[in-house]
Design a protein around this ligand. Structure first.
Ligand code: SF4
Ligand code: SF4
Length: 344
């Protein structure tokens, strides 16, 4: 009993403190939403007393309750006979990279959804971090949160390779699940069509060239404001969910014709740029040639169609390929555990 009270107290205390930040306050959306839908604006500085009275006290109530629980737990006498608590809850084990990636992608989608809700309710004025936000920032000469995010990605690729493409991109789970549906229905695409690299490099050149061009045009009056950028282009949470769901059939069609991750391999201007230098990144898939039996299971299961067999035959210590999105599928599918993430 002491432990339960103590843990509950600690949780309420920490959560209460976190609720002072606007973003975490979003977890109070049920309360905020109730007032919002009654026509009362949700921005704290525009809230009427009635709303503000409830809203602003929530963190204090949580912190107070947390402290109370902790104090009571400390005051409770130790009972030597107290039956130890048996927790039946077991954390799920995500043993494969595919499962870990799925969870990570769901968290990313969830965070985007929370951001859209917070933005719609007026709780945050941080704008979208999509590539369009960066491009429009360059056109206006005012950089905001999108520029910070994309600087982080461009520099981070030197360390973590195309981590963005494998784990972070909002379009990644759409493509992977479209592929999963095809596989589950017995229609797994055998196609591995690669358009000529000039295609993806042209897309990259048009996008990044226009960003650089606009930066140069505005070079004398560039400004930075973390709150500047485009409003959420997705509009609202339902469009976000519906948009992702309705695009799946179209993606399935292209995957069936051209193979998995056709967009990342052939079209994406972001991937086109990262492809150029991600092969020099520190994070790599390492090959243990002593364990490898040349079964090709890794190559067959690479969603980016990287020629892993070629790297193995050449005796390379790692996969140095611009198309590798460090997804980990090859590691999952190697029966000899000859592949692993490593620094090279
Ligand atoms: S080589 Fe491995 S980690 Fe890289 S894209 Fe292919 S399956 Fe994913
Ligand atoms: S799946 Fe493993 S054992 Fe088979 S070729 Fe690839 S690295 Fe070698």
């Amino acid at each position: 009993m002491k432990k339960v009270l103590l843990l509950t107290g600690v949780f309420l205390f920490v959560f209460g403190i976190a609720c002072f930040t606007k973003e975490v306050t979003g977890l109070l959306i049920p309360i905020v939403g109730y007032y919002y839908f009654r026509g009362i604006p949700a921005e704290p500085d525009r809230m009427p007393d009635k709303f503000f009275g409830v809203y602003s006290h929530v963190p204090y109530v949580l912190i107070g309750a947390g402290l109370l629980f902790m104090i009571i737990s400390l005051l409770l006498p130790k009972n030597g006979d107290e039956t130890p608590i048996k927790w039946n809850f077991k954390l799920p084990k995500f043993k494969t990279w595919k499962k870990r990636r799925t969870v990570f992608q769901l968290v990313v989608l969830g965070l985007i959804a929370v951001h859209i809700i917070l933005f719609t309710l007026g709780i945050t004025s941080i704008k979208a971090i999509c590539p369009a936000g960066l491009a429009i920032g360059a056109i206006k000469g005012t950089f905001g949160i999108a520029a910070v995010f994309w600087s982080f990605i461009l520099i981070g690729t030197i360390f973590g390779g195309r981590f963005l493409c494998g784990w972070l991109c909002v379009f990644a789970p759409v493509q992977e699940n479209a592929d999963n549906i095809l596989t589950a229905t017995g229609n797994r695409s055998k196609a591995k069509k690669h358009l000529h690299p000039a295609f993806i490099y042209t897309a990259a050149f048009i996008f990044w060239g226009s960003v650089i061009f606009n930066i140069i045009m505005n070079i004398n009056n560039l400004t930075f404001d973390i709150y500047s950028g485009t409003s959420n282009p997705i509009g609202n949470i339902w469009m976000f969910i519906a948009g992702l769901l309705t695009v799946i059939p179209l993606v399935m069609f292209f995957i069936f014709l051209w193979g998995s991750r056709f967009f990342c391999r052939n079209v994406c201007p972001i991937g086109g740029l990262l492809r150029i230098y991600s092969r020099f990144s520190f994070l790599k898939i390492k090959i243990d040639h002593d364990k490898c039996t040349d079964c090709s299971a890794c190559s067959r299961n690479c969603q980016m169609n990287v020629n892993i067999d070629g790297y193995i035959k050449s005796g390379s210590a790692s996969i140095k390929d611009g198309d590798c999105i460090v997804c980990g599928d090859c590691i999952d599918n190697c029966p000899k555990k000859a592949l692993s993430f490593g620094i090279a």
